[in-house]
Design a protein around this ligand. Structure first.
Ligand SMILES: Cc1cn([C@H]2C[C@H](O)[C@@H](COP(=O)(O)OP(=O)(O)O[C@H]3O[C@@H](C)C(=O)[C@@H](O)[C@H]3O)O2)c(=O)[nH]c1=O
Length: 187
């Protein structure tokens, strides 16, 4: 496994290396010891799986409010997506900065998203499936969202936006009073 820092502190692209033989391949997708190298110590308490029909669809940008913030580890197992994270951590040097990476069944790349980030993606092909590991339980009442086209963030999506859910289309726009998420339990 190779952990590549994305430029937003604490987040990583992770490359995994399948071992091939005549039957196909085998690959490790998580190892407690290897993830300890990037400081990961939390337990995964939920795993989720999503399927998206059409290219261009955007899901996001989602997070859970502290103290229910979560770490996510995400992998694409069918199709190809443009995966985006936005740093919402108060006092972070990269506050409101975003990065996007391609995750696909072909490249097998994963993304590791620490607490305090919003996450979303746009499908680049039809029939995309993502697998998620979460370090926190799903709590509908503490969900937060930012709009995929929020100008204060300025995400450049590769395709015209399609099939945005009603909830995602109604996330409030950020304004200059948005202070970010207090992940570090400052006084
Ligand atoms: C996220 C989630 C949703 N649900 C339910 C709520 C709803 O009825 C249905 C679909 O939920 P959503 O519309 O929120 O699905 P979706 O928009 O795909 O939500 C996902 O988006 C991406 C970007 C993420 O980062 C994920 O963590 C998750 O928030 O599934 C759960 O039961 N458990 C969960 O963990």
């Amino acid at each position: 496994m190779k952990f590549i820092p994305t430029g937003l502190e604490g987040s990583y692209e992770i490359d995994i290396f399948p071992i091939e033989d005549e039957r196909g391949w085998f690959v490790r997708t998580f190892c407690k010891n290897e993830f300890a190298e990037i400081g990961h110590s939390k337990e995964w308490v939920q795993m989720n799986h999503s399927f998206t029909n059409n290219a261009g669809t955007i899901r996001g940008m989602h997070y859970q409010q502290p103290p229910f913030s979560e770490i996510k580890l995400i992998r694409c197992i069918a199709g190809k997506v443009f995966d985006v994270i936005v740093d919402l951590r108060r006092n972070s040097e990269t506050f409101l900065k975003w990065i996007g990476i391609e995750l696909s069944a072909e490249n097998k790349r994963m993304i590791y998203i620490p607490e305090g980030f919003a996450h979303g993606f746009q499908t680049l092909t039809d029939d995309c499936q993502l697998i998620y590991n979460h370090s926190e339980y799903y709590k509908p009442g503490v969900e937060g969202g930012i709009k995929y086209d929020d100008k204060m963030v300025g995400i450049k999506w590769p395709l015209p936006a399609k099939n945005v859910s009603e909830r995602d289309g109604n996330h409030p726009l950020l304004d200059k009073n948005f202070e970010g998420l207090n992940i570090y339990n400052e006084l």
